[in-house]
Write a protein that binds this ligand. Structure first.
Ligand SMILES: [Zn+2]
Length: 122
């Protein structure tokens, strides 16, 4: 099972709140082998009111990128078709957070868009 640092989840909640009603998107960094998410890499240039997308050419640390996270400014954290396409391209764990932004509204998905369980670590 994937493990995600509590501090990463806290900053995701914060970023989602700060960016609302726009979406935010960031990359998750960590260790693929150990299945740990330890940090996130935010890409400020892709904040916007349109559906968030990742500019792969802006990726600073592809070696330790394990997935992505983005917010939905609505009440569903189900991945859209575009989300699933993105999931299949990069990383192995993808988080979506929806309203009301909290730990409870963060859902993790696999590359195929199926829900994943994760453990919160400190
Ligand atoms: Zn989405």
């Amino acid at each position: 099972m994937w493990k995600i640092k509590k501090s990463v989840l806290e900053s995701i909640v914060q970023a989602a709140q700060n960016t609302h009603p726009n979406e935010f998107i960031a990359l998750l960094g960590g260790n693929l082998k150990k299945q740990i998410v330890e940090e996130w890499v935010i890409l400020p240039s892709i904040f916007g009111s349109h559906h968030a997308s990742i500019r792969m050419d802006l990726l600073p640390y592809t070696a330790c990128t394990v997935g992505s996270v983005h917010s939905h400014p609505g009440f569903t954290n189900k991945p859209s078709g575009a989300d699933k396409h993105l999931f299949s391209k990069e990383g192995e764990i993808h988080l979506i957070i929806c309203l009301p932004f909290s730990f409870q509204t963060i859902q993790a998905y696999s590359t195929k868009g199926t829900p994943l369980e994760f453990e919160v670590i400190s």
